[in-house]
Design a protein around this ligand. Structure first.
Ligand code: NAP
Length: 420
C-alpha cells in the first residue's frame, strides 16, 4: 500500500498475521511500528516511550523502525481532518501500533476520536493490566495485592452512542414506540427526557470473554470473573453473564471450570492448571477490589462497567500517570495509556510517561517479546524506587528528585541497559 503523507521507513519489515485462526503473528526482529503521538501531553510522553521501547528492543537484539501516523490536532495540521483514512489503513496494514492520548474537539462529528479508532479497527477488547510497582505511592495499605487484568468490551453497551436528545423529534418517536407499541406506558416521566439504547450481543460478549479466558490460560492465571449488573438488567448484563458462562462451558473442556461446578463437584478444590470462571455483580465487585484484592485475577466486563472498574483498580496502584492499556482485536493491537491529553501540562516536559511506556510493555508482550517487556517493567520500577520521579509521584512521597518527562525516560533507559 502507498501513502500520501506517511513516511514509511526505508528499513524494517512489516509484522504480519501468520495464522488468522489463532491470531498468531509473524514478528521480524526489525519491525516497523506505527506511533501516534496524540494531543496535549502526547508529544511529551510518546517520544519518552519511544526512547525506552527502542532501548529495550536493542538490548534484546531487536530494532524498532518507528513510523509516525497522525490523528487529532497533528492530523488537522497535516490533512485538515481529525482521523485521516491513511491512519486507519496503516494500522490495519502494520497490525501493531501505539498511540498517545487524543482530545476530541467539539463539533468534530465524532463522539470520541478514541472510540472512532477502536470501532473502525474493530479493536473490541480494551485490556488494562493493573499491577503494583515498588515505590509508587498508593492510597491503600497493601497495593502489592493488586494484580488484575481488566478485559473491557469496546464496541457496544451504552457507549455505542445510540441515544436521542431531549426535545427532538427522534426522542418523541422512540417514546411513542416504547409507550404505545411496546406497552410501557407511564414508565417514562412526562416532560423532556433523553433516551439511550444499551445493546449487548452474544457475538460481542463471547469474543470478549474468549479473549479473557485465552489470556488467563496462556498466562497461568487462576480465574476469570464476569462482572455485570444482571440482577437488574437481566437481558443485557444478565445475558453477558450467561453468554460468558456458555463460552467457558462449551469451548474449553477441562481447561476451564465454573465456580458452581467447583463447589458442587470438587468441594472448592480447583484442578491444577484449570481456570475458574465465576461472576460478580458490579457494585459488590467495586468493594471487593478493596476488601479481597488478592482473590481476583482476570476480569471481563461490558463497556461501562469496565470503564469504572479499571479506573478503580488503577487508583489502587498509583493512578493515571502509571496505568497502561491496549485495544486488541483479531491479530491487531493499538496500545495506549489510560490517561487523557491533560492539556494544561502540554509541552512542559513535566508529566509521567510511565503509563505510555508500560502500554508499550503490553505491546511487546503481544509480540512475544517477553524478555524486553520484563526489562521495561523492572527498569520503571527501579527508577521510581530510587525516587527519581515526575511531579505526580514526587508530591506524594518524602524526599526524592522531581524530574522532567524526558529525564525520567532517559533514566529508565539507563536501567534497561544496566539490567539487560
Ligand atoms: P486526563 O487528561 O487524563 O487528565 C486528568 C488528570 O490526571 C491530570 O490533570 C493529571 O492530574 C492526571 N494525569 C493524566 N495524565 C498524567 C500523566 N501522564 N502524568 C501525571 N499525571 C497525569 O483527563 P481529562 O482532563 O479528563 O481529559 C483531557 C482530554 O483527554 C479530554 O479531551 C478527554 O476526552 C481526553 N481523553 C483521552 C483519552 C484517550 O486518548 N484514550 C482518555 C481519557 C481522556 P493532576 O493535575 O492532578 O496532576
Amino acid at each position: 500500500m502507498t501513502y500520501d503523507r506517511v513516511d514509511v521507513p526505508d528499513s524494517g519489515e512489516k509484522i504480519t498475521i501468520q495464522n488468522a485462526e489463532t491470531d498468531e503473528l509473524s514478528v521480524p526482529n526489525n519491525p516497523i511500528i506505527p506511533i501516534i503521538y496524540g494531543d496535549g501531553i502526547g508529544p511529551d510522553v510518546a517520544p519518552a516511550a519511544q526512547t525506552v521501547l527502542s532501548t529495550a528492543a536493542e538490548e534484546t537484539g531487536r530494532e524498532i523502525n518507528w513510523m509516525r501516523l497522525y490523528a487529532g490536532e497533528s492530523a488537522r495540521d497535516k490533512y485538515g481532518e481529525n482521523l485521516p483514512a491513511e491512519t486507519i489503513d496503516a494500522i490495519r496494514e502494520f497490525n501493531v501500533a501505539i498511540k498517545g492520548p487524543l482530545t476530541t474537539p467539539v463539533g468534530a462529528g465524532y463522539r470520541s476520536l478514541n472510540v472512532a479508532l477502536r470501532t473502525e479497527l474493530d479493536l473490541y477488547t480494551n485490556v488494562r493490566p493493573t499491577y503494583y510497582l515498588d515505590g509508587v505511592p498508593s492510597p491503600v495499605k497493601n497495593p502489592e495485592q493488586m494484580d488484575m487484568v481488566n478485559f473491557r468490551e469496546n464496541t457496544e453497551d451504552v457507549y455505542v452512542g445510540i441515544e436521542w436528545e431531549a426535545g427532538t423529534e427522534e426522542v418523541q418517536q422512540v417514546r411513542e414506540f416504547v409507550e404505545e407499541e411496546m406497552g410501557y406506558d407511564e414508565m417514562i416521566h412526562d416532560g423532556p427526557v433523553g433516551i439511550g439504547l444499551k445493546p449487548i450481543s452474544e457475538f460481542g460478549t463471547k469474543r470478549l470473554v474468549r479473549k479473557a479466558i485465552d489470556y488467563a490460560l496462556e498466562n497461568d492465571r487462576n480465574s476469570v470473573t464476569l462482572i455485570h449488573k444482571g440482577n437488574i438488567m437481566k437481558y443485557t448484563e444478565g445475558a453477558f453473564r450467561d453468554w460468558g458462562y456458555e463460552v467457558a462451558e462449551e469451548e474449553y473442556g477441562d481447561e476451564v471450570i465454573t465456580e458452581d461446578t467447583l463447589w458442587e463437584e470438587r468441594d472448592g478444590e480447583a484442578p491444577e492448571d484449570a481456570v475458574v470462571v465465576n461472576d460478580r455483580i458490579a457494585d459488590n465487585m467495586l468493594q471487593q477490589l478493596l476488601t479481597r484484592t488478592d482473590e481476583y485475577d482476570v476480569l471481563a466486563m461490558p463497556n461501562l462497567n469496565g470503564d469504572y472498574l479499571s479506573d478503580a483498580c488503577g487508583a489502587q496502584i498509583g493512578g493515571l500517570g502509571i496505568a497502561p492499556g491496549a485495544n486488541i482485536g483479531d491479530g491487531r493491537i493499538l496500545a495506549e495509556p489510560v490517561h487523557g491529553s491533560a492539556p494544561k501540562y502540554a509541552g512542559q516536559d513535566k508529566v509521567n510517561p510511565s503509563a505510555m511506556i508500560l502500554s508499550g510493555r503490553i505491546m511487546f508482550e503481544y509480540l512475544g517479546w517477553d524478555d524486553a517487556a520484563d526489562l521495561i517493567r523492572d527498569a520503571v520500577e527501579a527508577t521510581i524506587s530510587e525516587k527519581y520521579v515526575t511531579y505526580d509521584i514526587h508530591r506524594q512521597i518524602d524526599g526524592g528528585e522531581k524530574v522532567a518527562t524526558s529525564e525520567f525516560a532517559n533514566r529508565v533507559a539507563e536501567h534497561i541497559e544496566r539490567l539487560a
